[in-house]
Write a protein that binds this ligand. Structure first.
Ligand SMILES: [Zn+2]
Length: 169
């Protein structure tokens, strides 16, 4: 069970719209590796495109840092309904280390997905789980936080420029 390398933005795989995932043994093995990779990186969510697999799948565990691991493997997620209420909050991303974007999202979503066993499930997510699921679904659509926060994108571009000119010097 290897820890997988996490692609860094702007890797082209992070800008691709992912194709549907199939619940089979290969996907199950990938999910195991993705969870191990996510825990190793001290993250709470990781989407397949972040490890170079352009399929509609993500893993998340919003409570492991509180000492109660609850790993969730989500295939082919679909948001059925969004809350009218929205909130702006800081979001980090394992593919954009050091950048925190302020992103506005609905505070609750009704999510339908397929589990690794092929069974379709549905749940209403609130709080951090709702934000995390929306962040990971963005990855499946080739969207990263910087595209949702012009200010963070600008400061990230400045940081890249500074790093590039430093490397050139
Ligand atoms: Zn991310």
């Amino acid at each position: 069970m290897p820890v997988l390398p996490i692609l860094q933005w702007p890797d082209p795989c992070l800008a691709r719209v992912a194709v549907p995932a199939v619940p089979d043994a290969k996907t199950a093995a990938l999910a195991t590796d993705m969870l191990e990779t996510m825990y190793d990186a001290r993250g709470r969510g990781l989407a397949a495109p972040q490890v170079g697999v352009s399929q509609r799948m993500f893993v998340m565990d919003v409570s492991w840092k509180d000492g109660t691991p609850a790993p969730l493997v989500v295939l082919n997620p679909e948001i059925l309904a969004w809350s009218a209420a929205e909130a702006i909050g800081p979001e980090g991303c394992l593919s954009i280390p050091g950048a925190v974007a302020m992103v506005q999202r609905p505070t609750s979503v009704s999510l339908r997905w397929t589990g690794l066993d092929g069974v379709v499930q549905q749940a209403v997510l609130t709080g951090f789980a709702a934000i995390c699921a929306q962040h990971e679904i963005d990855h499946l659509d080739g969207i990263v936080t910087l595209q949702r926060d012009p200010q963070a994108a600008a400061s990230q571009a400045m940081a890249s420029l500074a790093a590039a000119s430093q490397a050139a010097a």
